[in-house]
Ligand binder design. Structure first.
Ligand SMILES: Nc1ncnc2c1ncn2[C@@H]1O[C@H](COP(=O)(O)OP(=O)(O)OP(=O)(O)O)[C@@H](O)[C@H]1O
Length: 535
C-alpha cells in the first residue's frame, strides 16, 4: 500500500507538470496559427470586422469568468482526464457485474444519463458567459485603457471612478443574467438529486440485502460498494467538461478563420520597375458596416515623379485614399490602375515593396532606433543609410543625444529603454519613409508628415525632406497649407471626389475652398503678428 501510494503521488506530480506543458504547447501553436493568419491577410476589411475579432478571441483568449483559465490546451488534457475517468467507471462496472450484471449496467446507464443532463444545464450557463464576446472585448479595452493607455487622462481627468463604474456596470450586465440562469438550473436539479439518491440506494441496498440473506460476505460487500461508487463517480460532470467545451469552440473558431477566403495577392501582374502613372477611375468606397461612401466617384491621375498634395476637411477621405492605394481595402466600384494595370490584379506584395508610407498614426516599434527607421524597408538594414535618412528628416541632433546612438532602445517599458517626444517620433517616422525611398521604393505616401514638427522644421520641410525624394512620386496629405503649397499639384477632396485641383497659385486664384482655408490659416498668423506688434 505504501509503495502504491508513493507511485500514485509521484505520478500525480509528473502528470501535473506534463499536463501544464502540453496545454501551453497546444495553446502556443493555436496562437501562432491565428497570428499567422491575421498577419497574412492582404487587406484590413476582414481583420477589422467584429466577426474576425470574435473568432480570433474565441480561438486564442483564455475563457474567463470561471475562476480558472480555459483554453484549447486545457481542453486536450481535460479530454484525456475524462477518458481515464470513463475507463475507471467501466472497470468498476465490470467489477460490480460479478455481483449483478443488471445492477452494474443499470447503474452505469443512470450515471451517464445524469452526467449528460447535468452537463447540458451547466454548460448552458458558461455558453451565456462566453457568448458575450462584445462584453469581453469591452472589458479588455477598459482594463488596458484604465491601466496603461489612458494613464495620464485617468489621473488628470480623475477618471478612476468612471472606469470603476463602467467595470461594475459591465460586470452586472454580464453576470446578472448568468446568476438568474444559475438559480433556474439549481431549481431544476431536484429530479437529478432524486435519481442519484435512488441509484445510490440500489447500489448500496442490493449488496447489503445479499449480506443479510447470507449470500455475500462482508469483505465482498465492501468491494462492491466501492465499485458502485466508482461507477457513480462518472455522473459528476467534472470541471474538465467546461475546458473541453471551450476548446471545441476555440478549434472551431480557428478553423473558421482558416477557411475564410483570402484574396490571392502574390500571383498577379508584375509591378512596374520605375515610378508609375497612378489613376483612380471613378472609385467608390464605403467602409464595411458604414452607410455612406467615403470616396464617391473619385477620378484622379498622378503622373510619375509628381508631388501631389491632398487637402480637405476632417473625414474627407484623404487617409482612405492612401489606404486604398496600399491595397489595404478594395474599391466597391471603379478601379485604381498602376501604369494601366488594375491594382486588384497586381502582385500586391511586390507593389507594396514599391511604397514608402508614413501614416498619420505611425507605429512606435518596441525596438531600437535603427530598426525603428529600417522597418520601412527591412530587406536592407544599413547603418549608413539609416543615419542619412535621420539627417534628412532633421533627426541628427536626436541621434547625437541618444545614449547608445542607433542601438538605443525606444521601448520605454523595456529594460534601458527610452522614449521620445511626439515631434522626435515624427522625425523618426519621416526618416523611416525616406529610408524606404533610398532603398528604391518610388511611391512615397506621407500622411500629415509635419503634424508634430516644430515651426522651424515645418518651414524647412520642403528643402530638407522633399528635396531628398529623388524621382519618387509623392502623395502628401496635410492640413498645414504651408506644407502643401510647394506641391506640383494640390487636390482638394470634398464629398468623396476631387472638388478643386491645381497649383497653389491657381487655387488661390480660383477663390474656392482652398483659397478660403489658406486665407483663414494665414489670417490667424497675421492677426497674431499684428497684436504682438501693437503690444
Ligand atoms: N477603419 C474605418 N472603419 C470605418 N470607418 C472609417 C475607418 N477609417 C475611417 N473611417 C471613416 O471614413 C471617413 C474618412 O476618414 P479618413 O481617415 O480617410 O479622413 P481624412 O480625410 O484623412 O481625415 P483627417 O483630416 O481627419 O485625417 C471618416 O468619416 C471616418 O469616420
Amino acid at each position: 500500500m505504501a509503495g502504491l501510494l508513493f507511485v500514485d503521488h509521484t505520478v500525480w506530480l509528473v502528470l501535473q507538470a506534463v499536463q501544464t506543458m502540453v496545454a501551453r504547447r497546444i495553446d502556443g501553436d493555436l496562437r501562432a496559427r491565428v497570428r499567422l493568419q491575421a498577419t497574412r491577410l492582404p487587406g484590413l476589411d476582414w481583420l477589422e470586422s467584429p466577426e474576425f475579432q470574435d473568432r480570433a478571441a474565441q480561438a486564442v483568449d483564455v475563457g474567463m469568468g470561471l475562476g480558472w483559465d480555459r483554453s484549447a490546451g486545457g481542453a486536450a488534457t481535460g479530454q484525456l482526464r475524462l477518458t481515464f475517468r470513463m475507463l475507471s467507471a467501466l472497470a468498476a462496472t465490470a467489477l460490480l457485474a460479478t455481483f449483478s450484471a443488471a445492477l452494474a449496467i443499470g447503474l452505469l446507464a443512470v450515471s451517464l444519463a445524469l452526467r449528460a443532463s447535468v452537463r447540458r444545464e451547466w454548460i448552458g450557463i458558461v455558453d451565456r458567459l462566453d457568448a458575450d464576446t462584445a462584453g469581453q472585448r469591452y472589458h479588455n479595452y477598459l482594463s488596458e485603457q484604465a491601466v496603461f493607455f489612458a494613464a495620464k487622462d485617468v489621473r488628470l481627468f480623475g477618471l478612476s471612478p468612471w472606469f470603476a463604474g463602467r467595470f461594475r456596470a459591465l460586470g452586472m450586465g454580464t453576470y446578472g443574467p448568468v446568476w438568474r440562469q444559475l438559480l433556474a438550473v439549481l431549481r431544476r436539479q431536484w429530479w437529478a438529486a432524486t435519481l442519484t439518491v435512488a441509484a445510490a440506494g440500489a447500489a448500496l441496498g442490493l449488496p447489503a440485502a445479499a449480506v443479510l440473506t447470507g449470500s455475500l460476505d462482508g469483505a465482498r460487500l465492501i468491494t462492491y460498494v466501492l465499485a458502485a461508487w466508482g461507477v457513480m463517480a462518472i455522473s459528476a460532470m467534472g470541471l474538465e467538461a467546461y475546458d473541453i467545451e471551450h476548446g471545441r469552440r476555440a478549434i472551431a473558431a480557428a478553423d473558421d478563420l482558416a477557411a475564410h477566403p483570402v484574396a490571392a495577392g502574390s500571383a498577379g501582374h508584375p509591378v512596374p520597375a520605375a515610378a508609375p502613372t497612378i489613376r483612380f477611375e471613378d472609385v467608390v468606397f464605403t467602409y464595411p458596416g458604414a452607410t455612406r461612401p467615403v470616396l464617391d466617384g473619385l477620378t484622379l491621375t498622378i503622373r510619375p515623379g509628381e508631388t501631389v498634395a491632398l487637402v480637405g476637411t476632417n473625414g474627407a477621405g484623404k487617409t482612405t485614399l492612401v489606404k486604398l492605394l496600399g491595397g489595404l481595402y478594395r474599391p466597391e466600384s471603379g478601379r485604381i490602375t498602376i501604369d494601366g494595370v488594375d491594382l486588384a490584379t497586381l502582385d500586391l506584395p511586390a507593389w507594396r515593396r514599391r511604397l514608402a508610407v508614413l501614416f498619420q498614426d505611425f507605429v512606435h516599434y518596441p525596438a531600437d532606433l535603427r530598426e525603428n527607421v529600417a522597418y520601412a524597408a527591412p530587406e536592407r538594414i544599413d547603418d549608413a543609410a539609416v543615419r542619412t535618412a535621420l539627417e534628412q528628416a532633421g533627426g541628427a541632433a536626436l541621434l547625437a543625444g541618444l545614449p547608445s546612438g542607433l542601438d538605443t532602445s525606444l521601448w520605454n517599458e523595456g529594460t534601458d529603454g527610452t522614449d521620445l517626444s511626439g515631434g522626435q517620433w515624427q522625425r523618426v517616422a519621416l526618416a523611416r519613409a525616406l529610408f524606404a525611398v533610398a532603398a528604391g521604393r518610388h511611391v512615397l505616401l506621407l500622411d500629415e508628415p509635419t503634424a508634430h514638427l516644430d515651426v522651424r522644421a515645418e518651414a524647412q520641410f520642403h528643402e530638407a525632406v522633399m528635396s531628398n525624394v529623388g524621382d519618387a512620386t509623392t502623395i502628401l496629405v496635410s492640413h498645414r497649407l504651408s506644407t502643401v503649397r510647394s506641391a506640383d499639384r494640390i487636390i482638394l477632396l470634398r464629398d468623396g471626389r476631387v472638388a478643386e485641383e491645381g497649383s497653389h497659385a491657381a487655387l488661390l486664384g480660383l477663390g474656392g475652398d482652398y483659397a478660403r482655408f489658406f486665407t483663414l490659416q494665414a489670417e490667424a498668423f497675421t492677426a497674431n503678428a499684428t497684436t504682438e506688434g501693437v503690444r
